[in-house]
Write a protein that binds this ligand. Structure first.
Ligand code: ZN
Length: 540
């Protein structure tokens, strides 16, 4: 039986294929060299790279990444585990390369949170032939080759010794290069802070570990209650209970609102309403998962990001004060904010337009407890807004004043004008949805004292400096991803002039919690009047 393959029969434990450690090193070199192309592209674009010293640094940096990956894979260099370990790293690196290379995003912990919380609609928008080709080339081809390579059977103790030697050798190479290149390395990482998030797939692994550590570090159990002393301020005789519709916008840029001076008529309907646009508002985060919980927290950005325990949010407090609260979602869910209050998802189809949130709204509010409604109502509408990259899907065919539109999700293949057309059409549609919401509120004025407050969760890069989408780490993100629109309606009566004078005051998402409580007339120890954007103008 051995006659046809005499070479492989000497001993069942002898090598009959590649040693797992050899595969680990080959895979590490491949991943360092090819799926890291967004990192190499970014490094090569730096002015300091245009010298011999720069070239030596880039080469040494590549070897460092290969050594780091080799050290990691040496831990898995066993016959049973080496192929799954390499496959995981290859796929993580290939997907990471596509998104970093195509959209100018980087992969950090909040981006990973977003990826893990994203909904199927958004995933479908991101799939493209370019993604398939990129992942096929960077991961598919080596995976096919890997699949065909036999792995040697080795004795456990000898493989353990070999892996230990491999691990130490890789760490020595890493340490030697770190020492030799330290000056250039520290300067590059300090001057170009987003660079570290481009190291692929170390960025994804780091983010996953960071998330696991974060979720383990948090004490288990329900969030700490807030608003234990929340009270509804007594209303003047004959006045109506408040109805606040808080619209959480998505991916809307302040500088693309005509109300803020944008040259195109992107606010045709709101321009005819007594709406006030606050022109200097900055977001808490640069993506939904980071911004939303922060916007509804009483802690503000700094306090929220350094919190040791999770707390309840604005919705819990308003409900505890005795008012009716409802969250209506047309996007990827409320990120845990609406867990303890009534909430509905409008629809789950691909082309769910934001107007769906207004359908049957009277009945939805009518289903809330009557005694709570009599005290006041807070409705949150969580928009799909301008969520990319498929901007053209964010406005219905009959509401597209700007044509032609970019109709692919490979944004850099589009002429920039068509990309902006698609994005601006989504803003025009948001303008329509907000005007419709105001029309609905006007119909409720017999029973309620109505207010609309709109604010976007973050902005968007539309090709400036070759950046697209959003989600860059806050410290390095461009202003386009952080400067958000915020609108208040109605601005009439004795306070209107005072409010209009506030339109350029510097505000942030930190103001939202306190401003909403102010509108609803709720007092609580968490309420800070100095953060209530409307308090200076309230006639009390
Ligand atoms: Zn968002």
């Amino acid at each position: 039986m051995n006659s046809r393959r005499p070479l492989f029969t000497a001993h069942p434990d002898q090598r009959t294929g590649q040693n797992p450690l050899t595969l680990a090193v080959i895979a590490s070199v491949w991943i360092a060299a090819l799926p890291n192309w967004p990192l190499w592209r970014a490094l090569l674009a730096l002015p300091e790279s245009a010298s011999l010293r720069g070239s030596v640094f880039i080469l040494g940096f590549g070897v460092m990444i290969a050594a780091l990956l080799s050290a990691l894979l040496a831990l898995f260099a066993w016959r049973a585990t080496i192929k799954p370990a390499i496959g995981f790293l290859l796929l993580a690196a290939a997907f990471g390369a596509h998104f970093m290379g195509s959209y100018g995003v980087v992969i950090d912990t909040t981006m990973m949170t977003n990826v893990l919380q994203t909904d199927p609609r958004e995933v479908r928008d991101l799939l493209s032939w370019r993604l398939l080709a990129g992942v096929g080339l960077l991961a598919g081809v080596p995976l096919l080759l890997l699949w065909r390579v036999p792995v040697a059977r080795t004795r456990a103790w000898s493989q353990a010794g070999r892996n230990l030697v491999g691990l130490i050798a890789a760490l020595l190479v890493l340490a030697a290069l770190l020492f030799a290149l330290f000056a250039d390395l520290s300067a590059t990482m300090r001057n170009h802070r987003s660079m570290r998030y481009l190291i692929n797939p170390v960025n994804s692994l780091y983010a996953l570990v960071d998330l696991a550590v974060q979720s383990n570090a948090k004490p288990a159990g329900p969030p700490l209650p807030i608003g234990l002393d929340a009270r509804i301020a007594p209303r003047a005789a004959g006045s109506l209970p408040p109805l606040l519709v808080l619209v959480i916008g998505e991916t809307a840029r302040a500088d693309h609102f005509a109300l803020n001076g944008y040259a195109r008529p992107t606010n045709p309907e709101l321009a005819a309403q007594s709406v006030l646009s606050f022109r200097n508002v900055m977001s808490c985060g640069t993506n939904t998962a980071a911004s939303l919980p922060c916007m509804f927290s009483h802690l503000g950005k700094a306090g929220f990001e350094s919190r040791e325990r999770d707390h309840e949010n604005l919705l819990d407090l308003v409900q505890r004060a005795g008012m009716a609260v409802l969250w209506i979602d047309n996007q990827a869910g409320c990120k845990g904010l609406c867990e303890r209050i009534p909430h509905v998802e409008t629809c789950s189809g691909d082309d769910c337009m934001d107007e769906a949130m207004l359908q049957g709204l009277d009945a939805r509010i009518g289903a809330l407890p009557a005694e709570a409604r009599a005290r006041g109502v807070l409705v949150v509408l969580h928009q799909m807004g301008s969520h990319g990259p498929a901007y053209f899907k964010r406005s219905p065919p009959d509401r597209k004043p700007f044509m032609p539109e970019c109709t692919t999700n490979v944004l850099q293949q589009c002429d920039r004008d068509t990309l902006i057309n698609g994005y601006d059409n989504s803003i025009v549609y948001t303008d329509h949805v907000l005007a419709q919401t105001i029309a609905w509120l006007k119909g409720s004025q017999a029973h309620y004292d109505t207010t609309l407050l709109y604010v976007s969760d973050h902005g968007e890069s539309l090709g400036e400096n070759n950046l697209y989408l959003h989600g860059l780490p806050y410290a390095v993100a461009p202003v386009e991803q952080k400067h958000v629109p915020m609108l208040l309606w109605p601005v009439i009566g004795p306070n209107a002039d005072c409010l209009r004078a506030q339109r350029d005051v510097a505000l942030t998402h930190d103001n939202l919690f306190h401003s909403a409580l102010g509108v609803l007339g709720i007092s609580a120890s968490e309420y800070k009047p100095q953060l209530d954007a409307f308090a200076p103008c309230r006639a009390r």
